[in-house]
Design a protein around this ligand. Structure first.
Ligand SMILES: [Zn+2]
Length: 597
């Protein structure tokens, strides 16, 4: 199962880290983490005399190993040249009998995997906040580690914070009450480095069931607990389909709005954007998605970032199966239809080589591969297998797949071999109808790709056509009774750009510029830019300066940049918003806007 990972300097085929113990101070005053990482390793090659770790922007003070019966002594290290994507390899000399090394180090304020927020950037506005985002290769910016998904390890941690703050990790030991500035964690299940996660801030906890709960700033806690009330039901649904939940607890941490993603599936503790707190549970597919990663991704993990679709395609498929169990087939169908629409739009934008599930990312930042493609095309591929072989047979296959590869990291080739042996070879007539190579190694979508349908969305589409043809006034649109997905479909189906008088008519009837639903607001703001609808200008600026979720800000800045005047405006807004964005979002936006500061 050893595939070369072009995004790591580590050499796990020679020496493999099995466990890490962190002892870190969270220094809000200097925006750094400072302390030690003790790495316990196994020599696969018994002659190996050095351990290579990935780092990015770490200040290494010393490396030590126990020699002569356990006394820690300094050992030599060298830090290689820094590559802009990969960072710098840290090579540590290993004494002959050592099985562990200790690295004394500190992060830097600009660490790509950490965001340090000042009090005004939080909901409570009184305390600072820190959170990590390690996927894809940002763990190395806060821990010297073998930062490849092929290496799985357990960990322990002692974390010190200012005494009034709470620290949490994707591990056992998260406090449900009390503070004191010293927290201990242990992670008994083996995980890859990209799932290492930490946050610290003014956090409170509310239980959602006997093994689920939510952490959030006190001001958001009740809303979050209400929004995510179905979490335990989702866990039960996923377990019925794919076998036991193997991570003991499932908690959700609601982050400040600068979090660049919807969610991050850190084991035991999903990190989530507050932009899904819609009040009506209409955006909780995000939780279904992150929970699904407890099987696809966290349990069976992509071995390299070229195999990312094994994480995200499977997870998107499972997310919709959970949606169907908990919210019914129509809800799942709406999500599937919108997913295919997103995919088709993405395919129009992407170059051919980025439309391949088994993508080649050599020489590129693996974050570049995180388009909608691996999610939605991967999901359609699995759905096509489900439709062909029948749901009972396919469910049985997937469940066995998760058992077989549990706590392992696998490549696309490993999956294909397993698929052939355990599904395709059992029915050669059906297998002949699967264009496997086209799905996995070719751009675009196979002709036979499933086309999901939803009666609820077709209704929204019909009514959009009627309103466009002036057959129904805006005041009679059934917007109030529609789910978020129907509202989105209605807006997406309108002519683009929509003439200004019609923008005004819709806004007056539906209050779109003022909507509190972020998905609807995003769609409306996109339409406003296209239409030159100045009434929404202030809302657009407010949206872009208060939310850092890349899914929203990237298309809005891109749309603005299509005209000279728009580009000027984009740069003016970005100049204000940039200090509040996460380093990962800043990296994306700097490139798109060609930002020179
Ligand atoms: Zn995901």
């Amino acid at each position: 199962m050893a595939a070369r990972d072009v995004h790591s300097y580590s050499e796990p085929g020679r020496v493999r880290v099995r466990h890490v113990d962190l002892d870190l101070d969270v220094r809000f005053d200097r925006r750094i983490l400072e302390g030690t990482a003790t790495l316990v390793f196994e020599r696969i090659d018994r002659a190996a005399d050095s351990l290579v770790l990935d780092t990015r922007g770490l200040d290494i003070a010393a490396t030590e190993a126990p020699v002569d019966g356990g006394n820690w002594r300094a050992v030599e290290f060298s830090l290689g040249a820094a590559d802009p994507i990969l960072g710098a390899p840290l090579r540590i000399a290993l004494p002959a009998d050592a099985d562990r090394v200790r690295v004394r180090y500190a992060t830097r304020p600009g660490a790509s995997g950490l965001q340090w927020l000042s009090p005004p950037q939080t909901a409570g506005r009184k305390h600072p906040f820190l959170f990590s985002q390690s996927q894809a290769i940002h763990a190395r910016s806060w821990i010297p580690i073998q930062d490849t998904p092929q290496v799985r390890l357990t960990y322990g941690a002692t974390i010190r914070t200012p005494s009034e703050l709470v620290a949490v990790m994707g591990a056992a030991g998260n406090p449900t009450s009390g503070r004191g500035g010293m927290y201990r964690f242990s992670m008994p299940q083996r995980i890859p480095a990209y799932l290492l996660a930490i946050a610290a801030g003014d956090l409170a906890f509310a239980p959602l069931g006997h093994r689920a709960g939510v952490y959030a700033e006190p001001a958001l806690l009740d809303r979050a607990a209400h929004e995510f009330a179905d979490t335990e039901k989702m866990m039960e649904a996923a377990e019925r389909l794919y076998g036991p939940y193997r991570w003991d607890r499932y908690d959700v941490l609601v982050l400040p709005p600068s979090f660049p993603f919807g969610g991050m599936e850190n084991p035991r503790l999903t990190f989530a954007t507050p932009t899904v707190l819609a009040g009506d549970r209409s955006l909780v597919s995000l939780i279904a998605h992150e929970l699904a990663h407890s099987w696809s991704g966290n349990l069976v993990t992509n071995a390299t970032w070229s195999d990312f679709w094994l994480n995200e395609g499977f997870t998107t498929y499972i997310e919709r199966r959970i949606d169907e169990e908990v919210y019914g087939p129509e809800f799942a169908a709406m999500e599937a239809v919108l997913g295919r629409q997103d995919l088709e739009e993405e395919i129009e934008r992407l170059d051919d080589h980025d439309e391949i599930l088994h993508i080649d990312l050599a020489g590129r930042d693996p974050d570049d591969g995180a388009t909608r493609l691996p999610y939605e095309k991967g999901s359609l591929f699995l759905r096509s297998l489900e439709e062909l072989f029948g749901r009972p047979r396919f469910d049985e296959f997937l469940r066995a797949y998760f058992d077989h590869f549990a706590f392992q990291s696998i490549t696309t080739a490993d999956f294909v071999a397993y698929l052939k042996e355990h599904l395709l070879s059992r029915d050669s007539a059906k297998a002949a109808a699967v264009p496997l190579e086209t799905w996995i190694e070719k751009p675009g979508l196979p002709e036979e790709a499933p086309r999901p349908r939803s009666a609820a969305l077709e209704e929204a589409q019909r009514i959009a056509a009627d309103w466009t043809a002036a057959k129904v006034p805006a005041s009679e649109l059934p917007f109030a009774r529609w789910k978020t997905q129907q509202r989105l479909q209605f807006l997406r189906q309108l002519p683009s750009p929509l003439p200004l008088p019609r923008m005004k008519e819709l806004d007056a009837a539906l209050g779109l510029t003022a909507t509190g639903n972020n998905e609807v607001a995003f769609q409306w703001l996109l339409m406003s830019i296209r239409a030159g609808y100045a009434i929404a200008d202030a809302r657009l600026e407010d949206f872009l300066t208060s939310i850092g979720r890349r899914k929203y800000i990237k298309p809005l800045y891109e749309e603005l940049s299509k005209t000279a005047a728009g580009r000027e405006r984009a740069l003016a807004i970005y100049g204000k918003a940039r200090p509040g964005y996460h380093p990962i979002a800043v990296d994306t936006m700097d490139r798109i806007l060609d930002w020179k500061g």
